[in-house]
Design a protein around this ligand. Sequence first.
Ligand code: ATP
Length: 355
Amino acid sequence: MGVALTEKSRLEHLRKGTPSIATICSHSSLQIFHGGRSEGFNTIGVAQGTPPRFYQAFPLARPNEFLTVDRWENIGGLVDKLNERRAVIIPTGSFVEYVGPERFNALPVPVFGNRRVMEWESDREKERVWLEKAGVPMPRKYREPAEVDGPVIVKYYGAKGGKGFILAKDREDLLSSPIRQPHVIQEYIIGTRYYLHFFYSPLSKEGYRVADGTLELLGIDRRDEANIDELYKLGSQEGLNRSGIQPTFVVTGNVPVVIRESLLQQIFDIAGNIVETSIELFGGMVGPFCVEGIMTEELKFKVFEISTRIVAGTNLFINGSPYSDMVAPSLSTGRRIALELKRAAAEDRLEEVLS
Ligand code: ATP
């Protein structure tokens, strides 16, 4: 059966049976499959070439079925198979990384969440407009080196995992650094990093109310970043530069953290404003998102980035986190997504959580 579906008929088609959950075999896929399976969904792993063997080691998180492509750019060839199985794609960072935002956005298969969020999140300028409109405290942005009056971080557009970012402790240091284009010069915030895992449900009315839905905090992590996290042991920046060692922020893992309880309201206010502004700007975010920032010693949280989908730091909490355990037992973000999809299907409100 070939299923060539228009945007409207895709939802109608989904309504005729139980949806499946599909995602790329990478990033947070174990958690997504585990969460989907525990809520009774059929799960589909999409892989390039032979699926990784490690799934055999995790019987409760192995997808029920693999679909494979020879190269990611040919993912369009799976559309019929995905639609036959009433698949809903759960977006992760791997779709942007491997499939690319344009190809992913054009895939005629239902996606969990609002696809329009990608254009606002993947462009640093647009993201800043969104966060500023939401009144979110952010690191200062300098238009040119002459304005710099403290430590800065220079970020390149499209840099993967913060590779090649430059840290400068003052203007002089910055002027002597070899900076490429295009870039953004940002105030370097000194404090403690927190990556806050939120979930916005447009369906739920019970809990912490934001707009027409509710906001949940499901966990917090901190990323282990190579090589910056260990560089301090080698001494000052100038010395490192002389030795040809440049700082990088390539994420290699994650550690669980909790934040001081008295800071919770501050971070809920920030996340709530981000959700409300997303509704005004582009019809709203749905489901998981991560607010990434630094808590200063004055206890002010400054946001440097937002990820508008499940982040890999949630993999710490397959069996729940110190926060999600107070929402529901054993609630991972993967399972929370499955629950939202299940509820939307049962209440015939799929169009509110899919795009
Ligand atoms: P990714 O896509 O992996 O999230 P990215 O290229 O979007 O990375 P950022 O997330 O903006 O880059 O930054 C990467 C890392 O740099 C952060 O995890 C954090 O450690 C550090 N960082 C970013 N902005 C600041 C800042 N203003 N002050 C201090 N550290 C920062």
